[in-house]
Design a protein around this ligand. Structure first.
Ligand code: NAG
Ligand code: NAG
Ligand code: NAG
Length: 223
């Protein structure tokens, strides 16, 4: 989430002058269980095991994709999910309630690059892969045993919280702007299991990936 806050003002000014190429995201559920995929922008869709959903996202978009578990919705698309819930709507309009693993992206930014990451800033619920569908650039996976091995203090139904969500202190949230928060036992727990994920604001660039603008992507739940 960090790079998105920093870049948002630039993004807003640049996107007015950029032609609108769309990027295609193929979202697939390889989990043994049902996942209710969510995208902002984009909405949401139930994905039974092995089903896919395709969305097209316009150039300049800053967005996120995540999965929800154990949902139930009525015929009008209202209900709730155990993890990743977005105000009880099947078709998400805003962001979600932690814990949930996030695939974040900002398309066609400076130097015509897409920026993307897998963020655990809102905790973890489902293993995710976020990769280009071509091989000119690298993707990222977060598949460690985080739910199974989650410390008791961070455990939540269906997921594992980021310590910032639970404790709210600068030690874990690193919000004082010093940029020097040292690793904690919790950040090490997540880092060991998902070395390339964006875990806290001091991660900066090391967990942000880039691909040329106009790349298409796949997001896989339980890759
Ligand atoms: C997903 O599975 C449920 C339960 O088996 C079934 O009712 C539903 O039709 C399936 N959805 C799709 C889109 O195949
Ligand atoms: C996304 O864009 C591609 C390429 O233009 C098109 O073939 C595909 O049908 C679009 N998918 C959706 C879901 O709109
Ligand atoms: C959904 O909830 C049931 C019952 O509470 C639980 O056994 C199951 O593991 C949950 N499924 C997922 C995917 O979290």
């Amino acid at each position: 989430m960090g790079f998105i806050k920093v870049l948002l003002p630039c993004i807003l000014s640049i996107s007015f002058f950029t032609f609108a190429h769309a990027a295609t995201f193929d979202i697939t559920n390889r989990c043994s269980y049902t996942v209710w995929a969510a995208a902002s922008p984009g909405g949401g869709r139930r994905l039974n095991s092995s089903q896919s959903w395709q969305i097209n996202v316009s150039s300049g978009t800053v967005g996120r994709i995540w999965g929800r578990t154990n949902c139930s919705f009525d015929g009008s698309g209202r209900g709730q999910c155990e993890t990743g819930d977005c105000n009880g709507l099947l078709e998400c309009q805003a962001s979600s309630r932690p814990p949930n693993t996030l695939a974040e992206f900002a398309l066609n930014q400076l130097n015509n690059l897409d920026l993307f990451d897998i963020s655990l800033v809102d905790g973890f619920n489902i293993p995710i892969e976020f990769s280009p569908t071509t091989d000119v650039c690298r993707g990222v996976k977060c598949t460690g045993r985080i739910n199974e091995e989650c410390p008791d203090e961070l455990r939540a139904p269906g997921g594992c919280n980021n310590p910032c969500t639970v404790f709210g202190t600068n030690e874990y949230c690193c919000t004082d702007g010093s940029g020097t928060c040292p690793p904690t036992e919790y950040s090490r727990f997540f880092r060991e299991r998902c070395p390339n994920a964006y875990i806290s604001p001091q991660d900066g660039q090391t967990s942000t990936f880039t691909c040329p603008a106009s790349t298409n992507y796949r997001v896989v739940f339980c890759p």
